[in-house]
Ligand binder design. Structure first.
Ligand code: MN
Ligand code: MN
Length: 393
């Protein structure tokens, strides 16, 4: 049933707060304003002009394919996001056919997180190592730049987030097996494989990209070991779904970087905040932060030098961005859990906690800056709390 937009409009406050602002009499997109309460009526602490730090996958063009779909948020959509771009992809399930992301490669490294279902992933490394594995919701994989790979849904289908270590990457610009094969003269193909030209008479004459194929066989049957005993198979998957969260006062976190997953050059924090809780005030010294909201709703203020601060609102399916070293928090504004991925184009995860910094600085110096009591300074935690406040469900 259609919403009564006139009454909805009158129920939503205008851009006014106390003596500031005023009613809005012109056209309003009330649904979007409801999603952005901290843009409509910014906190009094916001100041100055900051770049846009939010883009929703809901505002992104979807590429529909036989067997699945995909859309992306890159530097074109979110200009500040120079270090990482992101792609959502769905591969359909089915009993006799499932969706395949065609064998391909690209110049960017690929870090992926399974959102739902199960998938079969394959790759071959430059040393002749063959990799085949199954991943499920909460697992991740990493394919280094140039390593050819594929993804296929199992019978229940799958959906996943792909991220790339260049904000300008486009999922529509990858190097495809079918594209390569049909742009080599037939006699050269024949010579390369020691075959006749007729052997390749039926190669596809257009991109497959995402297409239907018979479902993957059981994993043990799919393995293609290199018979050279000197070749070690690479490990491109990490079964993060099997790893427990580290509990925090207001939620829980998982950190996964090259210390646990040797191959990766992108580090990640999975952060969950209970209702009312927040990822504590902090910043990252070594990389920009690219966020993907998995569940719930949140707000984040980002602080830069010279009195710059702006607050953005996020919900599941949104991308957030925080340039390197800028101060921020992420607060759960909903009634249920709020969960997001924070990704960094750096092999090592690093953050600086505001409260830990102050706890480990001589107290007299902190007091001279902030004019807070000795008791308050003594209460600052010398260990990182990561997620604070709120009420445990
Ligand atoms: Mn890829
Ligand atoms: Mn952060």
């Amino acid at each position: 049933m259609a919403e009564d937009t006139s009454s909805t409009t009158s129920n939503l406050p205008g851009p006014e707060s106390g003596p500031l602002g005023g009613p809005q009499q012109g056209p309003r997109d009330v649904m979007r304003q409801r999603q952005n309460p901290d843009l409509l009526i910014p906190p009094r602490t916001d100041s100055g002009t900051m770049p846009n730090l939010r883009f929703s996958f809901a505002d992104s063009h979807v590429r529909l394919q036989p067997g699945g779909w995909t859309n992306e948020v890159t530097q074109r959509e979110l200009p500040i996001a120079t270090e990482i771009s992101g792609v959502q992809m769905h591969l359909n399930g089915g009993d006799t056919m499932t969706g395949v992301r065609e064998l391909h490669w690209h110049k960017e490294a690929e870090w992926a997180y399974m959102l739902s279902g199960t998938a079969r992933i394959t790759a071959v490394d430059p040393f002749g190592g063959s990799f085949v594995d199954d991943v499920k919701a909460g697992d991740l994989w990493f394919f280094p730049a140039g390593v050819p790979h594929s993804i296929q849904a199992h019978r229940e289908g799958c959906e996943f987030l792909l991220t790339f270590d260049d904000g300008a990457f486009s999922e529509n610009g990858t190097l495809l097996l079918s594209d390569f094969m049909r742009h080599v003269p037939p006699e050269v193909l024949a010579k390369n494989f020691g075959q006749t030209e007729s052997a390749f008479a039926n190669i596809p004459q257009e991109d497959l990209y995402i297409f239907w194929a018979p479902p993957p066989p059981p994993l043990q049957e799919a393995l293609v070991p290199n018979t050279d005993p000197n070749v070690q198979p690479p490990q491109y998957s990490f079964h993060l779904s099997q790893v427990d969260y580290v509990e925090c006062p207001g939620g829980r976190v998982k950190i996964i970087d090259s210390r646990r997953f040797g191959v990766t050059t992108i580090s990640c924090a999975v952060v969950e905040a209970d209702p009312g809780a927040m990822r504590e005030l902090h910043w990252h010294p070594n990389a920009d932060e690219w966020q993907y909201y998995l569940e719930g709703s949140a707000r984040m203020t980002v602080f830069d030098s010279s009195s710059l601060a702006r607050t953005f609102d996020y919900q599941a399916g949104d991308v957030g961005y925080v340039p390197k070293v800028l101060g921020h928090y992420v607060e759960n504004t909903g009634d249920g859990p709020m969960r997001f991925l924070a990704l960094f184009r750096h092999p090592l995860y690093q953050d600086v906690s505001l409260s830990q910094w102050l706890a480990l600085t001589p107290p007299g110096l902190v007091k001279a800056h902030l004019s807070v009591s000795n008791e308050v300074i003594a209460s600052f935690s010398k260990t990182k709390q990561s997620v604070v406040g709120g009420t445990k469900p």
